[in-house]
Design a protein around this ligand. Structure first.
Ligand code: S3P
Length: 177
């Protein structure tokens, strides 16, 4: 058995990088439970992230996110796929929990790639109010080092469709088990 044989697979990366879509497919193929931390946060809050942000600061959101990451990384220790919110790596506790409890994949996309997908998005509070490309660039410069620091593997998604991306992750998982 190789050193990295963790049963929980976590996906990190900027908003729109395909974490939830790829995660759902991976879970189907591997016959493992799938969880999306954003959906779990919404259940906990009893409202959408969007409406929560309208009444609360980002910091309060991060507290809820941190509690959800703590819970899910423990609950899925016996096997699962976890798609995380793009800002999950901003907190050291989350980075440490993901690193120690999961095999982490960073789905790396550039701001330019993501811009096309997100320019008309209305669901992500941190990307509203115009200047989407600039906002993505700022996010990328802050977060790219943190994603790299948290992840066991970085997958460059440029030129990859969903099918290729999922195959690439599956290949890596097979190699490690
Ligand atoms: C956020 C990304 C969102 C969600 C929240 C904050 C961020 O998740 O957690 O809106 O800070 O980048 P996605 O990455 O799934 O869009």
């Amino acid at each position: 058995m190789k050193a990295n044989n963790k049963l929980l697979i976590a996906l990190v990366g900027l908003p729109g990088s395909g974490k939830s879509t790829a995660g759902r497919q991976l879970a189907r193929k591997l016959e493992l439970p799938f969880f999306d931390s954003d959906s779990e946060i919404e259940v906990e809050l009893g409202q959408t992230i969007q409406s929560f942000f309208a009444q609360n600061t980002e910091d309060v959101f991060r507290d809820v996110e941190e509690a959800v990451i703590e819970r899910l990384t423990l609950e899925l220790a016996t096997g699962g796929i976890l798609a995380t919110g793009g800002g999950v790596v901003l907190r050291k506790n989350n980075r440490e929990r993901l690193r120690s409890r999961a095999m982490v994949f960073y789905l790396r996309s550039t701001p330019r790639q993501l811009y096309k997908r997100l320019v008309h998005d209305t669901k992500r509070p941190l990307l509203q109010g115009g200047g989407v490309l600039e906002k993505l660039e700022t996010m990328y410069s802050v977060r790219d080092p943190l994603y790299r620091d948290t992840a066991d593997f970085t997958i460059d998604t440029a030129g990859m469709n969903l099918h290729m991306l999922v195959r690439r992750v599956l290949m890596q998982i097979e190699l490690m088990h």
